[in-house]
Ligand binder design. Structure first.
Ligand code: LLP
Length: 426
């Protein structure tokens, strides 16, 4: 990899910096593994959406699952974001961070009665309904609370997002959304329910999408439905185009031209006389990925007949993407050395699984004790971290120019079993 994900990360005198702070210095001060985020990179990424959409009714709902740290939610809430959630826990996080529940949309195929009641109490913007049984459940919970539930229907447009199968969601064989062919019937049913108010339509075809065409194809199919709904006398207030915009991990990854994409979507709305509808987006990765990195320290260099392993103190427990999706994540030295030759390494962690690797075939000039930065790690890094092998989850730091804010303390070992109970002597 030769590019940096965003201007906030760059080398200055061979030291990798986040804004005005040296990453090596941060690693020394706070220990590793350590997640670091640039505040201005986060805001820049969010503002890409806000700026392009400024003259259109819109709501950008940050998908919390990408990174749900309270400080990140707080920052985005203050910048005007709404939130896409998939659990009661995520709604509680939005509230704890001072986010506005009226700007929350609730996706996901398995909403429980308790979660639905909590979301109704908080008067969220809408439920993205994913099936008829879910619609029935929302109706009955809303009736029991004497409330009217705002809903949107998540349509499965049967479009191939051309991404990794594990993060593709808009095909017929996926569990997500309502089949395209069944959607009008579902809307008609919803319209007849006394405690349901239809507000929108929604789709999300997958994640790490790097071409505009699947996105635009899905939008066309959704807009066809909006027109059919109009014929049925069902008027909507918003269209939610989902999240899924990709970022550049590898140099060869293509990027969607956001301005072009959003302007094309806007134009599609206007052509069909639907320019009054609010445009909603549910981006996660494209807001936080580039802003974050994961710092780790080289522990051992283990040379074998077939390859050189660089064993670090980070693992699949802190960053699961390579193990789960064979994801290619960029890795850099935090201090560039001229006193040792670059070698090719497979970067692995200490976890007892062969899938515990972080990067393969990387040329690095590194010695034991040096720090490395895995870049583009802000999305689906910490939010998917686990305690596997009794590993406390890392601390998280937010950088604001030269200021360093600890936005999550490193977990203590004792906290790992604080909810466990011994059986005691019998
Ligand atoms: N809306 C819904 C309904 C979603 O399911 C998702 C992501 C998003 C929005 C946000 O998508 P984004 O803009 O972040 O692509 N762990 C995987 C990604 C899983 C995505 C799940 N859904 C990874 O690390 O690649």
């Amino acid at each position: 990899m030769t590019h940096m994900p965003c201007p906030q990360y760059r080398y200055e005198n061979d030291e990798l910096m986040c804004e005005k702070v040296s990453l090596s210095a941060l690693a020394k001060e706070f220990g590793t593994p350590l997640y670091v985020y640039s505040k201005s990179a986060l805001l820049d990424a969010f503002n890409v959406y806000q700026t392009i959409l400024q003259d259109t009714p819109h709501l950008v709902c940050y998908a919390l699952k990408a990174n749900a740290n309270l400080a990140i939610i707080e920052l985005l809430a203050q910048a005007g974001a709404g939130f896409d959630i998939v659990s009661g826990g995520e709604l509680a996080r939005v509230l704890a961070a001072g986010g506005n529940p009226h700007k929350v949309i609730y996706s996901g195929v398995g909403k429980t009665v308790k979660e639905i009641a909590f979301a109704l109490e908080q008067e969220i913007h809408c439920f993205n309904v994913e099936s008829i049984p879910e619609l029935d459940r929302i109706q009955s919970v809303a009736a029991s609370m004497d409330k009217v539930a705002p809903i949107s229907v998540r349509i499965n447009p049967n479009v191939d997002a051309k991404t990794h199968p594990y993060i593709s969601t808009g095909l017929k064989n996926n569990k997500f959304g309502v089949a395209y062919e069944d959607s009008i019937e579902l809307y008609k049913k919803a319209q007849a329910l006394p405690n349901i108010r239809i507000v929108g339509i929604d789709c999300h075809i997958g994640s790490q999408i790097t071409q505009a065409s699947p996105y635009l194809d899905a939008a066309d199919k959704i807009l066809d439905l909006v027109e059919q709904l109009r014929v049925e006398g069902i008027e909507l207030q918003h269209i939610d185009f989902g999240g899924g915009i990709g970022v550049r991990y590898e140099d060869r990854d293509t990027l969607i031209d956001m301005e072009h994409l959003i302007l094309s979507l806007k134009e599609k709305l206007h052509t069909r006389g639907l320019g009054h509808l609010t445009m909603i987006f549910e981006p996660g990765r494209s807001i936080v990925a580039n802003a974050g990195c994961l710092l780790m320290q080289a522990q051992y260099i283990k040379k074998t007949e077939v390859k050189n392993f660089l064993i670090t103190d980070a693992s699949m427990a802190e960053m699961a993407r390579p193990a789960l999706y064979e994801a290619w994540m960029p890795v850099y030295e935090t201090s560039k050395r001229s006193d040792c030759e670059p070698q090719t390494y497979e970067i692995v962690g200490p976890v007892c699984e062969s899938s515990d690797w972080l990067a393969k075939d990387r040329q690095l000039a590194v010695e034991v004790g040096d720090y490395l930065a895995m870049m583009v790690a802000g999305a689906y890094g910490m939010s998917m971290a686990s305690n596997y092998n009794a590993r406390p989850r890392p601390a998280e730091i937010m950088i604001d120019e030269q200021a360093t804010h600890v936005i999550r303390e490193r977990e203590t070992i004792e906290s790992l079993w604080c909810n466990e109970r011994l059986l005691g002597k019998r």
